[in-house]
Ligand binder design. Structure first.
Ligand code: 7TS
Length: 415
């Protein structure tokens, strides 16, 4: 398949050149060109990220923060430079507000566990939207079991947008935290988190923003949003697996207890008493994934060099085009028609089970996702068990969307 150079007036995006940075995109599956449309699950990696990581393993590798020797110091410098890089990328006031984790899931569990320990008592309330990923639901249910907190669900309209009036009405003097995804991994809805943060703060509550599906797609600035926490995963932003980020305001992280105990996170240990390291190390027990952190830093350099605004414009245009083209297919039901929508389209076609649809599309070389997308309450909200989902990245082309549309049409005619 040819991928015509996409030089939009806005972006000057040379897609052919960009695609050549991602070796896997040249692969064939079932002897057909790969059309990879499962980017919300994970993105492919540019050569520079993998090269930087193998270079570190081959020529720098040593455990960080402990050795006085040359390599250990060099590895520590790379690790801490990556932290600075992340802080700049999301506009944090200081790199001590950046905690490295294994990914969004671990970041969310850290906040649920540690924030609740410091700030939540029985009867306190946490607000979640109905469109949350399971990783921003289940940790709070575990807290509910442990501490007797109350979870309240913020409803959405049929387009998949948060009902802001209903949101405001959910607040009581016991509301302590709002935990909301920035972008839905199913509907693509971009939630008005800045507005939601202002409402939460006006009610004396804190707000956590799950940035797993926003940070890869458009500029996200924690100080502009004024969120108290932000989480994201390296592997969804062209970085390696196994590394993620928790941003937290210093005054909050300072008052929260450690999440895990071990090496690296202590200041002094005796059998009687242990004191903890300063931020962010208090939350980073054990040998960190320092090579992964470096890889993430390089991935952020890569996207920033292309320009997050350019990536945003490119993907917005693809999303608009995909919605327009898909809606022409008979029997198409599109989920998520919010005015603010980004890089994800979810759908069902007639009575075709999404799993059958996905399996047949796969045979045509098209990789997309089917199922509940770790958002079963959202499936229930729309009265379905599962959906098919195509999700886009900076290297996705119009030709790939055309291929998706004609493959769906071909499959549809088989039923
Ligand atoms: N939050 C959101 C909004 C997500 O989309 C995901 C992963 C997570 C949290 C968890 O991220 P992890 O890196 O810790 O796994 N979403 C998806 C998805 O849509 N398909 O596979 C993973």
């Amino acid at each position: 398949m040819r991928h015509p150079t996409f030089l939009s007036l806005h972006t000057m995006f040379d897609i052919e050149k960009i695609r050549s940075d991602f070796p896997i995109l040249e692969r064939k599956v079932y002897d057909r060109p790969l059309v990879y449309l499962d980017n919300a699950a994970t993105t492919q990696k540019p050569r520079c990220v993998v090269d930087a990581m193998s270079e570190e393993y081959f020529s720098v590798n040593a455990n960080v923060h402990r050795g006085v020797h040359f390599l250990s110091q060099q590895a520590t410098d790379l690790h801490e430079a990556a932290r600075e890089r992340v802080a700049r990328f999301i506009g944090a006031a200081s790199s001590s507000e950046i905690v490295f984790t294994r990914g969004t899931t671990e970041s969310l569990n850290l906040v649920a566990s540690s924030f609740s320990e410091a700030f939540l008592r029985e009867g306190d309330e946490v607000l979640l939207t109905v469109m949350e990923h399971h990783s921003n639901i289940v940790p709070w249910q575990l807290v509910r079991e442990r501490k007797g907190i109350v979870l309240k669900v913020i409803p959405i309209n049929d387009a998949g947008e948060v009902d802001m009036e209903a949101y405001e009405k959910l607040f009581t003097p016991r509301t302590r935290l709002v935990a909301v995804t920035h972008v839905s991994n199913v509907l693509g809805t971009v939630n008005p988190v800045k507005q939601m943060a202002a409402v939460a703060h006006a009610h004396g509550a804190r707000i956590l923003v799950d940035g797993a599906q926003s940070v890869p797609h458009f500029p996200v600035n924690v100080q502009d949003i004024d969120c108290d926490f932000l989480t994201f995963s390296g592997h969804k932003v062209y970085g390696p697996t196994g590394i993620g980020v928790l941003y937290g305001k210093e005054e909050l992280l300072d008052r929260m207890p450690p999440y895990q105990g071990g090496g690296e996170m202590i200041s002094r240990v005796t059998f009687e008493h242990t004191t903890f390291e300063r931020l962010p190390f208090k939350f980073e027990a054990g040998t960190p994934d320092y090579v992964g952190a470096h890889g993430l830093g390089v991935a952020l350099d890569y996207v920033e060099q292309l320009g997050m605004e350019n990536i945003h414009l490119h993907e917005r245009e693809l999303t608009r085009y995909a919605m327009e083209q898909l809606s022409l297919i008979p029997g198409m039901r599109l989920f998520g028609t919010a005015a603010e929508k980004d890089a994800v389209v979810a759908f069902t076609v007639g009575d075709i089970h999404p799993l059958d649809l996905g399996t047949l599309l796969d045979r045509l070389g098209i990789a997309l996702r089917t199922g509940h997308h770790c958002a079963q309450p959202l499936m229930a909200r729309f009265g379905v068990e599962s959906m098919a989902r195509a999700s886009f990245a900076l290297y996705t082309t119009r030709a790939e969307i055309d291929a998706l549309v004609s493959a769906i049409d071909r499959v549809r005619k088989m039923f």
